[in-house]
Design a protein around this ligand. Structure first.
Ligand SMILES: Cc1cc2nc3c(=O)[nH]c(=O)nc-3n(C[C@H](O)[C@H](O)[C@H](O)COP(=O)(O)O)c2cc1C
Length: 409
């Protein structure tokens, strides 16, 4: 039934009589190849015990609890960030009202609000509740907000009455999830640079840096999922390029410079995430430099700035987003670099904190725009690389005037 191989589904269960059907849905999602985690409203736990969902999913269930869970202090962020899609099934009338009004007073609505991925709602309730003006109004709001709604089916209801309100066929829910996950092309092209560069010294040695490529890959993936055509110009990195992106592999800063400039004119935006060497050896020895045990001086010359050169050639309305890794005074230096390069945004980040930086899933960053100065710039904060990617998607969408087809598709 359907193909969700490798997809991560966050299943929100709310308090309705169809909550037990969410157990079957979870199983069928797994059969389709998905990994599933569950969040429950307090009311849902009156219908089905969280232990059932924990056993079926193989993951702790996110429930409202005053007991601190050492597995994750930020489950309301970590669970939606982990997921490729969020499905609330069944979605009670009460929870629909919460989602439509942005309330976040229990786990499922917290996940909904914090989610940056497509969201599918499966309302199920008594027919009169379903037809009621407030529920229909809330559904209209949710549709306009980009939620995918699977309509309940008509028939005999748990309460004994007849009408539209039944939990739909699982095949229909899975097919809606699949279509919600399909990238919707928006006709815009984004070029992302990722990874590091390698500047040869001789045939076996080089100057490089510690960039893993994780941030660039997360960004390429997020833009691809948001319907952009993505060109990924990647230097050497420890990550696998995401499917569905056009990949151009380069090694040195000069190669990356040439690759980016050769594709610049077809792009609506360029994100300069790669850690490009500022300098390269002036002379590359044709043979391995011999070990003479005496002092060796390496003369370096500057590489061209890819961002600065793109800024000179930018076409109207083309967005340029720079990155600056700073180890001291990050905001001051970020603001200076933004002004110097003429970028539209600059992601300033620092590897200083032990928990963030190279090769990790989190980074300490702030996104600066030209209106920022030291008085009003946002402070650097720790966030996941996927969250940073999601923020950039939103900023680019806003700047290019692209309507979201889903909450963050
Ligand atoms: C036995 C029983 C069955 C219920 N079934 C539904 C239902 O199918 N759909 C619904 O929207 N509400 C149903 N409700 C009402 C919800 O449980 C109630 O609105 C609750 O506050 C929902 O909380 P939640 O949205 O936080 O999960 C039912 C209530 C009871 C007592």
């Amino acid at each position: 039934m359907g193909n969700l191989t490798g997809k991560k589904v966050l299943l929100g269960v709310t308090g309705g009589i169809a909550a037990y059907k969410a157990c079957e849905l979870l199983r069928r999602l797994q059969d389709a190849g998905a990994s599933v985690r569950v969040a429950m409203t307090p009311s849902a736990t009156d219908f089905v015990g969280p232990m059932t969902f924990a056993a079926l999913s193989g993951f702790p269930v996110f429930i409202a609890s005053k007991t601190y869970s050492p597995q994750s202090a930020f489950q309301h962020i970590d669970y939606p960030r982990w997921a490729d899609v969020l499905v609330v099934a069944p979605a009670s009338a009460n929870s629909l009202a919460r989602f439509a009004h942005g309330l976040a007073d229990e786990p499922v609505s917290q996940c909904v609000l914090a989610s940056l991925v497509p969201k599918v709602l499966v309302p199920a309730m008594n027919f009169a509740m379903y037809q009621s003006a407030p529920v229909q109004r809330n559904l209209d709001v949710l549709r306009a907000d980009g939620f995918h709604i699977v309509e309940p089916t008509a028939g005999r209801l748990a309460c004994g009455e007849e009408g539209q309100g039944r939990f739909p066929e699982i095949a229909q829910i899975i097919s809606t999830i699949q279509s919600a996950l399909e990238p919707k092309a928006n006709g815009k092209t984004i070029l992302v640079t990722a990874g590091r560069t390698e500047e040869p010294i001789d045939p076996v040695r080089m100057i490089t840096n510690r960039s893993s490529g994780k941030t660039g890959v997360a960004i390429a993936q997020a833009f691809r999922d948001a319907g952009f055509r993505v060109i990924l110009v990647q230097g050497p990195m420890d990550q696998v390029a995401p499917d569905g992106c056009e990949v151009i592999s380069v090694s040195s800063a000069l190669q990356m410079h040439a690759a980016v400039l050769s594709r610049q004119q077809e792009c609506d935006g360029i994100i300069f995430c790669a850690a490009v060497a500022d300098y390269r050896p002036k002379v590359v020895a044709s043979e391995k430099i011999k070990d003479s045990r005496s002092q060796l001086l390496l003369e370096l010359e500057p590489n061209p700035s890819i961002l600065a050169d793109c800024a000179k050639l930018r076409k109207p309305s083309q967005l340029l987003i720079g990155f600056a890794l700073e180890t001291e005074n990050p905001l001051k230096h970020g603001i200076q670099k933004l002004a110097k390069t003429g970028a539209d945004f600059l992601v300033v980040n620092t590897p200083v904190k032990a928990a963030s930086g190279f090769g990790l899933d989190v980074v300490e960053y702030a996104i600066l725009s030209p209106s920022h100065n030291l008085g009003n710039a946002p402070a650097l904060a720790l966030g996941s690389k996927t969250a940073l990617a999601g923020e950039l998607v939103q900023k680019v969408r806003n700047a290019l005037g692209i309507q979201a087809v889903g909450p963050c598709q």
